[in-house]
Every structure is written in C-alpha cells, then in structure tokens.
Design a protein around this ligand. Structure first.
Ligand code: HEC
Ligand code: HEC
Length: 386
C-alpha cells in the first residue's frame, strides 16, 4: 500500500471512531450515566484488519471537543463581559456588527428577546409571524451550544483560534448585549449552569421527536416527527406565494449573477435589474452566452482563483465587505507602475492600512496564483462574462 493511501485509511478509521463516539455521547445524555470514554473506544479491535490503525486517545481528544447541555466537556475558565467586549470588537464585530445586529454575513446574533422572555424561558416573538427575523438569541435554548459553537467555529476565518477564557468572555458579552447578563458579570464554568436558567428561549425547545434525548429517544415505538398523512385532497387550486424579497433588498449582497462560480451555464439572477424586467432576462442570457462561448483564459483563471481561495468571503466584486471591492482595488491600481508586483506581494503577506484599520490575514496560496490575481486586478479586473 502506498504511503499516502495508508495515511488516508488511517484518517478514515480515525473519523469513523470519532463519529461513533459522538453518537454514543448523544445517547449517553439521555441514558444515565455512562459517559463515553475515549480510551475504551480506541482500545476496541479494528473492524478492518490490516487497514490503518486504531486512533490514538490524543487524536480522539482533538476531535472530542463538544460541550454538552449538561456541561460535560466544558473546560474550566472564566471571562468577563468587559473583556468579551474587547474580543468582540476586535474579532467579531466586522461581520456581526458592533451590537451583534448585522445581517450582512449571517442572521443577526442579538435582538428580538425581552426581559420578560428571560423570566418566562420562552421567546414570545417566535410565535409572532409579523416579527421579521429569527435571531440566534431568539432560538438558542442552551448556553452550552453558544459556547461550543463559538469555540469550534468562530471567528469564521480563524476557527479555534480563541483561548478558553476568550470564549467565556465573548459568550458573556453576547449574552450581555441581549440583556441576559449585567455589565459586571464574569462567566465561568462554575456559574454557567445558573446562566442557563436565564437563557430567553430555554423552555422553547421540545424533544418529543425521537431524534434527540427526551421522552421520544429511549422509546422503541416513538417515530420521528415526520408524521404526515396523505395531504392530496381538498388542496387549493393555486399555491399562493406568501412572501418574496422586497425590491430594496434584491441587490443587498451585490449582483448575484456576477458572483456565481464559473463552472458552466448556471448564472444567477442579475439582481442589479428589477425583478422580471425583460432587459434583465436578456442581459442574463447574454452573460450566459458569453461564458458558455469563450472566456479569455486569464480572466477566467483569476475569477476562478478568487473563488477557489475563498477571497470572496471578504471581497465582493463591486461591494465592500470585510475588505474593499475588487473593482475598487482595480480602480486604484490599474495603470500604476509596479501595481501588479505590489498586489501579488500584499495578497501573500496580508496587512492593513491601505483601506482602513481592518487587517487582511496573510493568504496561503501559490505565488503563481497570487500573480494571476494581481495581474487581473492591475488591469481593470474584467469580468469573465463581459
Ligand atoms: C469573517 C466573518 C465572521 C467573523 C469575523 C465572525 N463570524 Fe460568526 N458567523 C459568520 C458566519 C458566516 C456565520 C454563519 C456560519 C454558518 O452557518 O455556517 C456565523 C455564525 C455565528 C454564530 C452562530 C449563529 C447561529 O445562529 O447559528 C455565532 C454565535 C457567531 N457567529 C459568533 C461569532 C463570534 C463570537 C465571533 C468572534 C469571536 C465571530 N462570530 C466572528 C461570520 C463571521
Ligand atoms: C478575512 C478577510 C479577507 C480575506 C479572506 C481576503 N482579504 Fe484581501 N483584504 C482584506 C482587508 C480587510 C483588506 C484591506 C487591507 C488594508 O487596508 O490594507 C484587503 C485588501 C486586499 C487587497 C488590496 C491591498 C492594498 O494594499 O490595496 C487585495 C489586492 C486583496 N485584499 C486581495 C485578496 C485576495 C486575492 C484574497 C484571496 C487569496 C484575499 N484578498 C482574501 C480582507 C480579506
């Protein structure tokens, strides 16, 4: 067996035992009290003799970072609301807004909950169809989930980079913004169970669906909550569309047609045009025809590369996001001597100050790829489809 195939098999075996462990952990939550033991699971003989090896306890531990609603898995530590504000403003606010209110990158984190919800344990606005958004705070029922999610997945561009105390602090700050915790609060592993008793929607989740611990799971007769009966009688003649994107929001994330991956004939709607306009349709068809025809190879390469290297997570074609719009960068550097060399170096090294205080992290891409993108930016950043 080749070395690389051997490594691959090893990884598959490690993955398989980690997911078994997670399933075991989910069951152990409802069936007291048999905590999953990584040592035990890795000591079991492999079901695939001759393939790979057993995952080592350290390897399993690296996967096994989940924090459960009963706080098993929560590492000791603490962090204040005040320190959380510093972390939030440095590492979270650029995407989620200073008050967690932004819906630019994701639904708002904070909003829609009240002091009354903190008392009742149910978010009243979840049952109000007139309320426009469902924020994270409205839906969250377990504080462990907030802690766990931030620890494993945020900041989006550098997951797992926060220290344990920073996770405590920023979790406390999110809860402070939602008026769940006071300004002088210090969240820790010792008081987090009390904080759970203040989560606005803590009683709003139900578990009677046989998919999660609750009365349904242990039962062998319970069925998941997909219990539809035949619905094909007395149906209305015409389905009625109850909501649609309002005109003002149609282009909120920039022109979708210009952001699609160039993998073939599937451009999105030209959202720069009003909905249903004939000219929009024909502009889209023209763009499509151009892509399907013969795009200039260097242009296609650059626009494909900014997708492949996830530059578009922070840069829009025409709209500033975390970083400036590519069209704005092109406008600044096109025709400048050394523009291409400068940009290729900056893409690799990252840095701040050219557009503002928000830094661009160094980008791990091949020098040749950075050059292709830099050359494209230094010559007008033309679209593949134009
Ligand atoms: C570069 C942009 C970016 C940054 C910076 C960032 N986030 Fe996020 N965040 C996102 C995106 C995008 C999602 C949705 C991810 C998904 O659903 O896959 C998200 C989701 C979340 C969620 C889950 C919301 C839910 O309802 O599921 C929380 C909580 C969160 N972020 C907190 C933070 C915190 C705390 C920080 C700072 C330590 C942070 N984020 C930094 C982009 C960002
Ligand atoms: C995490 C967000 C983020 C990602 C990912 C990112 N950038 Fe940036 N980028 C920024 C920010 C913020 C700036 C502004 C930096 C400054 O003001 O100097 C920037 C600036 C730039 C500039 C202008 C530099 C200058 O000095 O004028 C270029 C070119 C650029 N980025 C290209 C890229 C490319 C190519 C990629 C992908 C390989 C990429 N960026 C990925 C955030 C990002």
């Amino acid at each position: 067996m080749s070395k690389s195939l051997e490594r691959l098999c090893l990884r598959v075996v490690a993955l398989a035992s980690a997911s078994t462990l997670m399933a075991a952990a989910a069951f152990a939550q409802s069936a007291p009290p048999s905590p999953p033991s990584s040592a035990k699971s890795s000591a079991q003989p492999s079901g695939y003799p001759g393939i790979g090896r057993e995952a080592k306890p350290k390897e399993v531990a690296a996967w096994d970072i989940d924090v459960r609603p009963d706080f098993k898995g929560l590492p000791p530590g603490s962090g204040s609301v005040a320190k959380g504000m510093v972390v939030w403003e440095a590492k979270c606010a650029s995407c989620h807004g200073v008050f967690g209110e932004s819906n630019e990158f994701f639904n708002p984190i904070v909003g829609g909950t009240t002091k009354k919800d903190v008392q009742s344990g149910r978010v009243a606005r979840l049952t109000d169809p007139g309320f426009p958004q469902r924020t994270t705070m409205m839906k969250l029922s377990t504080v462990s989930t907030l802690w766990d999610y931030i620890a494993r997945a945020m900041p989006w561009t550098a997951p797992k980079s926060l220290s344990t105390d920073e996770v405590y602090a920023v979790t406390a700050y999110v809860l402070n913004m939602a008026e769940v915790l006071p300004d002088d609060f210090v969240l820790s592993d010792r008081n987090i169970a009390d904080v759970q008793q203040r989560v606005p929607n803590r009683l709003g989740k139900h578990t009677e669906h046989a998919l999660w611990p609750g009365s349904g799971l242990g039962s062998t007769t319970a069925k998941p909550d997909v219990r539809s009966t035949a619905c094909m009688n007395g149906c209305g003649a015409q389905p009625e569309v109850a909501s649609s994107i309002p005109d003002f929001a149609r282009n909120a994330h920039g022109n979708l047609a210009a952001q699609n991956r160039l993998v073939g004939a599937q451009l999105g709607a030209d959202t720069a045009q009003p909905f249903g306009k004939a000219d929009a349709v024909s502009a889209q068809q023209a763009a499509l025809a151009a892509v399907v025809a013969v795009p200039a190879p260097s242009t296609l390469a650059a626009t494909a590369l900014i997708e492949r290297h996830a530059c578009t997570a922070c840069h829009g074609m025409d709209n500033a996001m975390v970083g400036p719009a590519f069209s704005a960068i092109a406008a600044r550097y096109t025709g400048k001597a050394d523009g291409e060399t400068y940009l290729a170096a900056k893409i690799k090294s990252g840095g701040q100050g050219a557009w503002g205080a928000v830094p661009m992290p160094p980008q791990a891409l091949a020098e040749a790829d950075a050059r292709v993108i830099a050359a494209w930016l230094a010559t007008g950043a033309k679209r593949a489809s134009r």
